[in-house]
Write a protein that binds this ligand. Sequence first.
Ligand SMILES: Cc1cc2nc3c(=O)[nH]c(=O)nc-3n(C[C@H](O)[C@H](O)[C@H](O)COP(=O)(O)OP(=O)(O)OC[C@H]3O[C@@H](n4cnc5c(N)ncnc54)[C@H](O)[C@@H]3O)c2cc1C
Length: 387
Amino acid sequence: MIDSTTRAQFELTGEQRQIAALAAEIAEREIAPNIAQWDRDHTFPRELYTKLNNAGIMGIIVPEAYGGVGADYVSYALAVEELARVDAGTAVTVSVHSMICAAVMKLGSESVKEYWLPRLASEDKIGAFALTEPDAGSDAAALRSIAKKVDGGYSLNGRKQWCTNGSYAGVTMGMFRTGGGGAKGVSAFLIPETAKGVTVEKVTEKLGIHTSNTVDLAFDDVRVDDEALLGSEGDGFGNAMTALTSGRIGIAAQATGILAGCLDQSIAFAKDRVAFGRAIGAFEGVSFKIAQMAMDLDAARLLVYRAAALADAGKPFAIEASKAKLFASTAARKHAAEALQIHGGYGYTTEFPIERFYRDAKITEIYEGTSEIQQIIIARSLLGKLD
Ligand SMILES: Cc1cc2nc3c(=O)[nH]c(=O)nc-3n(C[C@H](O)[C@H](O)[C@H](O)COP(=O)(O)OP(=O)(O)OC[C@H]3O[C@@H](n4cnc5c(N)ncnc54)[C@H](O)[C@@H]3O)c2cc1C
């Protein structure tokens, strides 16, 4: 569904509108009829990603020369938003996968791009990102997993936590320590699914995004060749941050989609539900909540599309991506609660999708940099590093 409000005024191109409409159509046709069951059963719908792959969504930002669609970041943000409007779990799967595509495009050598991009964009391989460890989350530079140089490549050892798409990944971008302590000792590797010694130690059960796969991975003497090193030794922390910066556009779009879903549901319910002889939307206590929700949805969209448009223009967009993620995730969490309130008791039941949006919204404030970390990034851009 193309909105007649914010999006029209943002002057989207024909291609951007077409991609948004395609993602919305797939979400309505393939996800909406199944999502309640998938959510209940914690199903990772693997076959859905083959369909998204065939439709070009998995290779949206990958250039045509490497088997992708060659669309821009605004199109990508629109697609993620439309998926999240129906299911936030699907949206994060696509977002993390696209973050790996972007990292390979930006950081990979020509031979790495030629090998991985067609597989990720059109051959149904899914990307995953493994940075977090049991004792290294926001402070990712404290990671302890080790990459030891061996003849012809590296041996990887360590534990990675909460790896999205980890059980289904065709390739995982993993950060390991090759040098001394701190950020400078970290290197990034592209670990293929064929690498021996990678074990899914635990599938994590979560409050929400039940269709997203979140796992702990063990790496035990995993041998990769020299080509697996992404960039140079010691660049891995910076490379991970580069990936996360583009990833934040995806998570901001995911939060925006949740917000749009909450607004859709709230409008429909407020028109339909009658109390005291009137549709509840006639009460200001309800309609003002909807007005605030619509305003924040507009603001979130504009921030997300601005960050994406800057990325498309090849301009710096890290601060704008942080602002978009911070605003959209805060708004999604806040308005999911308001949408549930508008639905009254029905909102608390699984008969309506609102309780799922309510559970799903929270994670957008946590992964790919918590809201506190986004505020640190934004504040430092204004104040510099004072201590
Ligand atoms: C469902 C899910 C999926 C995930 N997917 C991935 C993935 O695919 N790949 C991956 O690598 N990781 C993934 N993560 C990890 C995620 O990115 C981290 O959980 C997140 O970065 C926060 O780290 P932490 O949980 O260790 O919290 P901590 O870093 O321990 O933070 C705890 C609290 O302290 C606050 N805090 C920490 N430092 C500061 C500071 N300097 N100033 C102010 N406040 C601070 C935080 O904001 C937070 O509120 C995932 C997590 C979840 C739950």
